[in-house]
Design a protein around this ligand. Structure first.
Ligand code: CA
Length: 342
């Protein structure tokens, strides 16, 4: 099933580019091995030799960008214990309701279900062990720059603006705060080693237009709503996502962005017999001039349509010829690509 020859041709062509291809992006750091978005998870990802390390960005009450996956913080911290009663009426605790000084008092842990207290991925780093805290965006950029300097590598960053529409409704302009910080740390143009990503197409257009952003932009495609499902603001729906993946939709993305970040499920179709095949999305995106970086490779939570991790990686890199992948277990992807190159 795996067409090694076509992959070899693809890889040897790609290796002439400035960045290796396909790109391996550490999703929330090496989050399969250490609690997501901790500096430890980022340092470990860097040591594994990934090409890019991801940062999800939300704002504190005093407007400081911090690295966190959700605008709500109870799934990876002890906020409910440390600041009881500081939740909103819907039960959630929001980063934006806490100053940076308060957020710094939180203890970070492996992702859990706050209702049951159980780990979401039971075989990963144990809950509430060791000592992890919440990094600001600048602290993480300094970590990666420092590691690049001490190792001689040029590992890139892959920041995501989380729910900018929601932040705006809360009175804060996430993009306008983050762009100058990225620029100050050397991330400005398409030749700098970074991609900026967002689920909200309106914000992608605003970044390129009103905010004059000159770096590479990736339009994320949500599985359900226009943003990843969160408890607070939906911005669009499944129909908007389907629209973005049509020929016209991809052309409208290509007018302002450089790539798309779809879910794996966006790239496959099932036939009536129950078989799975790669659909036309990657091909249409490539024809529109967009790179395709789907999410998320998790060795311990594979999609139903593959038999094992190897099967998924073959489907992605050989059959679909994607340009990169977000991975919780990036070493598994790096090893697969290394074997294909040998
Ligand atoms: Ca993300």
């Amino acid at each position: 099933m795996i067409r090694h020859l076509s992959l070899l041709a693809f890889l040897s062509g790609a290796m002439m580019a400035q960045e290796p291809l396909p790109l391996v992006i550490a999703h929330r750091g090496a989050s399969g091995y250490l609690p997501e978005h901790t500096l430890a998870a980022k340092a470990y990802a860097h040591a594994l030799g990934v090409d890019f390390i991801e940062q999800d960005i939300v704002l504190s009450k005093d407007g400081v960008p911090v690295v966190m996956h959700d605008i709500e913080i109870e799934t990876v911290t002890d906020v409910a214990r440390r600041f009881p009663g500081r939740n909103r009426a819907n039960g959630h605790y929001y980063a934006i309701d806490f100053t940076l000084a308060e957020l710094r008092q939180l203890r970070l842990t492996e992702r859990m279900d706050p209702a049951t207290g159980k780990a979401v991925y039971p075989d990963r780093f144990p809950l509430w062990k060791s000592a992890f805290g919440l990094p600001t965006l600048e602290e993480e950029l300094e970590l990666i720059a420092g590691l690049n300097r001490s190792t001689g590598r040029r590992t890139g960053i892959y920041p995501e603006l989380k729910s900018p529409g929601w932040h705006r409704r809360e009175g804060k302009d996430l993009s306008a705060i983050v762009l100058p910080i990225l620029a100050r740390h050397g991330y400005r143009s398409r030749s700098d080693p970074f991609f900026l990503q967002c689920f909200e197409f309106e914000e992608i257009k605003r970044l390129r237009g009103e905010l004059g952003f000159k770096g590479r932009l990736v339009q994320l495609i949500g599985r359900h709503g226009g943003s990843e499902p969160d408890a607070s603001g939906k911005t669009g729906g499944a129909r908007d996502n389907a629209m973005l993946l049509t020929r016209d939709g991809l052309a409208s993305i290509a007018a302002v962005a450089d790539g798309i970040g779809p879910a794996f499920s966006h790239l496959v179709s099932t036939d009536p017999a129950g078989g799975v095949r790669i659909n036309e999305v990657v091909d249409l995106a490539h024809r529109a001039g967009l790179v395709v970086h789907p999410y998320t490779f998790r060795a311990d939570a594979l999609p139903r349509f593959v038999a094992d991790a190897e099967d998924l990686l073959g489907l992605l890199f050989v059959n679909a010829q994607v340009d990169g992948v977000f991975a919780d277990h990036p070493d598994r992807v790096l090893r697969y690509l290394q074997r294909m190159r040998e």
